[in-house]
Design a protein around this ligand. Structure first.
Ligand code: ADP
Ligand code: NA
Length: 330
């Protein structure tokens, strides 16, 4: 039996991924590789919607790919490639943009938020068509399942609408994908501002745990994490967002239940709890960091692996694109 197909990706928007990307995406991707024919992309075309230095973007793309591999995504088992290496992404995005309503794209809340923040002159058209490119990413591979964060729900809805619209207008062409929305227990918040999602594009990185940081630096950030004055290690997202966030990280990385961690630290202070968490984080990150740095030591080999995987991706993507062109009369 053939395995269902899965697609996911991340932008190369920083030198290092953060622990939210690791727990919320990479750890899950790693586990999903067994049951799915998985495609994991470093979406550098999407990253162009933000200002970038070209050499830095190229470096970030390699670094992101190296972290995928270091975290356990196997390029011999899954297809792990750089989006811009497969030209069908841009080509299908154009075709899909012609069946996307202007108002429909304008209703995307992520675009509305970003364009309001940047102002019209600093908002590029790529930011507006971003969700159409994302739809192309997914539909090119006849994807069955897309694991995504909550913030991407609306974009997946658009992807499904475009797939159904194309299929009914031109004949059955695309698989309509199903989103798998990330669990609340996989959502990580900023250590200094525990009601805001941790992000690799946060303005300040005081509350961000980077996968590629020196372990001692991450330990220090954990010791300084915002908590509360109650002094009890107890999960309560509303009343104790800081401690709850630390508990979620602890549980995710150790594979333990939150209740068992609460029990272990009953009657002990936050200092002990943070020290315990720092050990868990450092021991998880250290080997990942070392593997990533080793991969980045040999960029020729890394590039070879990425080129080979892009070739595999292209052979699937080009089949879909060719059907699309054929049906549209191109
Ligand atoms: P970032 O905000 O760090 O730039 P992206 O928006 O590029 O992250 O998301 C990349 C992937 O990482 C997505 O699958 C997203 O759901 C996941 N992710 C990002 N931040 C977090 C977080 N704080 N907690 C859990 N998952 C996250
Ligand atoms: Na981001």
């Amino acid at each position: 039996m053939t395995k269902p197909r899965l697609y996911s990706g991340m932008q190369p928007s920083a030198d290092s991924l953060q622990i939210g990307n690791y727990i919320g995406a990479l750890m899950q991707w790693r586990d999903l590789q067994d049951s799915y024919d998985a495609y994991f992309s470093v979406v550098d075309l999407h990253a162009l919607t933000q200002p970038n230095d070209p050499a830095e973007l190229r470096a970030k793309t390699r670094r992101t790919a190296a972290q995928y591999i270091a975290a356990g995504i196997e390029p011999s088992r899954s297809t792990l490639y750089v989006q811009s290496h497969v030209s069908a992404h841009s080509e299908l995005a154009w075709a899909l943009s012609t069946i996307t309503g202007f108002g429909e794209a304008g209703r995307m809340t992520q675009f509305k938020d970003k364009s309001a923040r940047y102002g019209a002159d600093a908002t590029n058209v790529g930011l507006f068509t971003y969700p159409v490119l994302m739809a192309a990413d997914i539909l090119l591979y006849q994807t069955d399942v897309v694991p995504v964060g909550d913030d991407q729900k609306q974009h997946i809805e658009l992807t499904r609408d475009l797939a159904e619209r194309f299929n009914s207008r031109y004949g059955q062409t695309f698989t309509v994908p199903t989103p798998v929305i990330q669990r609340d227990t996989a959502r990580i918040y900023d250590l200094q501002n525990p009601t805001a999602k941790m992000s690799k594009s946060a303005e300040s990185d005081a509350g961000v745990l980077w996968l590629l940081d020196e372990p001692a630096k991450s330990a220090k950030k954990i010791m300084r994490a915002v908590t509360d004055s109650e002094g009890v290690v107890r999960f309560d997202r509303e009343a104790k967002p800081g401690v709850s966030n630390l508990l979620v990280i602890y549980a995710a990385l150790s594979g333990r239940q939150i209740a068992s961690i609460e029990d272990e630290y009953a009657g002990r202070g936050y200092g002990d709890f943070k020290k315990g968490l720092a050990e868990v984080v450092v021991s998880e990150f250290e080997p990942v960091r070392e593997r990533a740095l080793a991969l980045l030591d040999d960029t020729a080999e890394l590039d070879r692996v990425l080129a080979e995987n892009a070739g595999r991706a292209a052979s699937v993507a080009n089949r879909t694109l060719s059907d699309v062109y054929d049906r549209m009369g191109l």
